[in-house]
Design a protein around this ligand. Sequence first.
Ligand SMILES: O=C(O)c1ccccc1NCC(=O)[C@H](O)[C@H](O)COP(=O)(O)O
Length: 261
Amino acid sequence: MSVLDGILEGVREDLEERKRSTSLADLQARVRDLPPTRDPLPAFRAPGVSIIAEVKRKSPSKGALADITDPAALAGQYEQGGAAAISVLTERRRFGGSLADLEAVRARVDVPVLRKDFIVEPYQLWEARAFGADLALLMVVSLEGSLLDDLYGLAVELGLTPLVESHTAGELERAVASDAQVLGINARDLTTLEVDRTVFKELGPRIPADRVRVAESGVAGPGDVAEYRGWGADVVLVGEALVRSGDPVTSVRDFIQAANA
Ligand SMILES: O=C(O)c1ccccc1NCC(=O)[C@H](O)[C@H](O)COP(=O)(O)O
């Protein structure tokens, strides 16, 4: 079983449990009372590089990363540093996240918020919207057949901006065909956890120029953000380097400045 298969197994078990405690109708009622979502595209399409800064407590590749007791406070610091959006890992078992984190972050910041999770069912998109997400991650590797298009369609219907993520040329072909405006290339192979940033160098240019190109994973410092920018990234998503930095405001600022110098 690959790392990703193991994660998905746990995700599906947790999902069944949440479905037992909160019905789809409950989520839908909650969504009806919400204000519209925030549109990330103007910031993502602005000149220079944008940063999506991630709230990430732990990961399958690195174990414990940071003891984040107040995810909203961290997100506020990211925003202060100039992040264009905040990514919140909501998966519980391997990443230590939750929908409560998502809700708390959304209430604290004014920038759009991404639900970063392993979304495989419509119910999770309703959850994303109900708990405040403006964007939702759709990973091509785990969405076979028409599921990618079905979930993409529902996300758009709910006002969410899908971030459609690929790691291989074949996945990217499907992602581009989905009409998604925001396309991510993850440098991390989720089946082996190996990170190779040059995957973006190779695949990034295959993303049509009118779409937003997001480089994900593997940033250790400002130089890596600058390199992604040089390879054509409009947006860079950073997790570990920010949660470990000790000074998130300055780190986000440095990342933006280095890439836009
Ligand atoms: O981070 C992991 O180890 C991981 C393992 C398996 C599936 C997903 C994983 N991470 C999710 C992400 O894509 C990253 O959190 C995100 O791109 C930021 O990466 P980084 O800056 O390298 O922390």
